[in-house]
Design a protein around this ligand. Sequence first.
Ligand code: CP
Length: 335
Amino acid sequence: MSLRGRNFLTTQDFTHAELKDILDLAVEIKRGGGSAHPLKGKGLALLFFNPSLRTRSSFELGMFQLGGHAVVLAPGKDAWPMEPREGVVMDGEAEEHVKEATRVLCRFFDGIAVRCFPKFQNWAEDRLDPMLTAIAKYSTKPVINMETIVHPCQELALMQTIREHLGEPRKKKFLLTWTWHPKGLNTAVANSAALISTKFGMDVTILRPEGYDLDPRYVEAARENAKAQGGSLTVTSDIEAAYRGADFVYAKSWGAIPYFGRWEEEKQVRAGLKHFIVDAAKMKLTNNARFSHCLPMRRNVKVTDEVADSPAAMFIDEAENRLHVQKALLARLLG
Ligand code: CP
């Protein structure tokens, strides 16, 4: 199957078979197979509006290992701040418009990858994913989402890790649990975990405190995925019931959407929710579940040392898989 020239903005634009094809190629690449330098002479622009350890390392190294080259640009730091909105008077911080920046990058590169988190002030605006949407509009080359309001590359690595440790994911019990964190974080990884687990037919439970529902767009998409793939989706705040019998526990903290832009108020709400931490007592309720997290992960805030340092912990494997799945993705889109 050919995925050449397509954008990778969300896994929802791809069928289960197409995603499985990328993961199968990643298995081959991880084993040392696949063609040696499928991207010889190709270039990828990596636009980082936010910090990164894993995403930047794995994309930059991945392009090198495929025979290509990646150039990292941090708009607002070592590249000009960019304006994504149409028709505005550009008398603020932004020095250039996405219209020019994207079209110039397309003259140099074979693809553009973008990390641009929400501004965390107004979800109604953030949920439109303005920077990624504008870049995709003006790009004539494939655009890859490196985390905006979803994190589809993390999804691939997560699903690869599940396949490695649980075998066929279909009907296995996947628990996505909210955890406490001192800050209101992006919902992207949680949205993504719900999408990919249901896309692969898992029986999925989202455990979250009242008020921490994900955007209905993603919950509904996950429900549709579950229906199409023979899995299920449950949303609950019952901690014990959620953990019981789980095969895979995935932890993530995210900010309460109704409080976007009012984080001081949200702090009072989340103050009583530290007991959502992943600990050994909760893991004992599971079916000897594996545990993972996208990283970075605050120890003894989201997960106890006891669980993080146990054989159940899979987050280093998941992080490694970022490299392999992204190489497979790049080979398919740009090769
Ligand atoms: N998981 C992840 O995307 O890590 P970074 O933020 O370090 O890239």
